[in-house]
Design a protein around this ligand. Structure first.
Ligand code: GAR
Length: 198
């Protein structure tokens, strides 16, 4: 293990349940001792994101950088990069971070930027994934952890979970079934990523 801690920065926009699953796994499995890794900060682009309080209750440093304070996507992403880089991250984890990122941002973190998306990619990139899966008559749905590239919801798949689409499912019932699996595969994928780092 190198003496330099592997800092993980998690970006959120909303409830932060995936973030909490990762933080709890890091605590329960003692990632600092096992992998020299720690959750250095949780950053939200929304000041009212419930995930901020959740992170604080788990003892994690939080920061807010509101995109509304910036005139352009490029200006926000530049400020976000500066904030993130203050933590010298080994890995940046998008966990319900609902922003389209500029190619400059994605390129800056190439190879150390991952995301979870609530569909079986490459199916259903973008929004409203659960309703679209139901409307398409899919028998199965799920979630994907993937490397982030400049193209939205593309990039190498790191982990996937599959759930059935059941008769009578609504977008909400399907989303809840998928989210339960997200909370399993995202911490696993982060840990697997750490295991493969020198
Ligand atoms: C999760 O279902 C995640 O897959 C999705 O937002 C939700 C965030 O929940 N992400 C995207 O749609 C990204 N395109 P959380 O804030 O409770 O982790």
């Amino acid at each position: 293990m190198s003496s330099q801690p592997k800092n993980i920065v998690i970006l959120i926009s909303g409830s932060g349940s995936n973030m909490a699953a990762i933080v709890k796994a890091a605590q329960a499995q003692d990632w600092p001792r096992q992998w020299g890794a720690r959750i250095a900060a949780v950053i939200s682009n929304r000041p009212d994101a419930p995930g901020l309080q959740l992170a604080q209750s788990l003892g994690v440093v939080t920061q807010v950088l509101s995109h509304k304070d910036f005139d352009s996507r490029e200006a926000f992403d530049a400020a976000l990069m500066a904030l993130i880089d203050g933590y010298q991250p080994a890995l940046v984890v998008l966990a319900g971070f609902m922003r389209i990122l500029t190619p400059g941002f994605v390129g800056h973190y190439a190879g150390r930027l991952i995301n979870i998306h609530p569909s079986l990619l490459p199916a259903f990139t973008g929004l409203n994934t659960h309703q679209r899966a139901i409307d398409a008559g899919c028998r199965q749905a799920g979630a994907t952890v993937h490397h982030v590239t400049a193209e939205l919801d593309h990039g190498t798949v790191l982990a996937q979970a599959v759930v059935p689409v059941l008769p009578g499912d609504t977008a909400d019932t399907l989303a809840a079934r998928v989210l339960e699996q997200e909370h399993i595969i995202y911490p696993q994928a982060v840990r697997a990523w750490l295991q493969h780092q020198p």
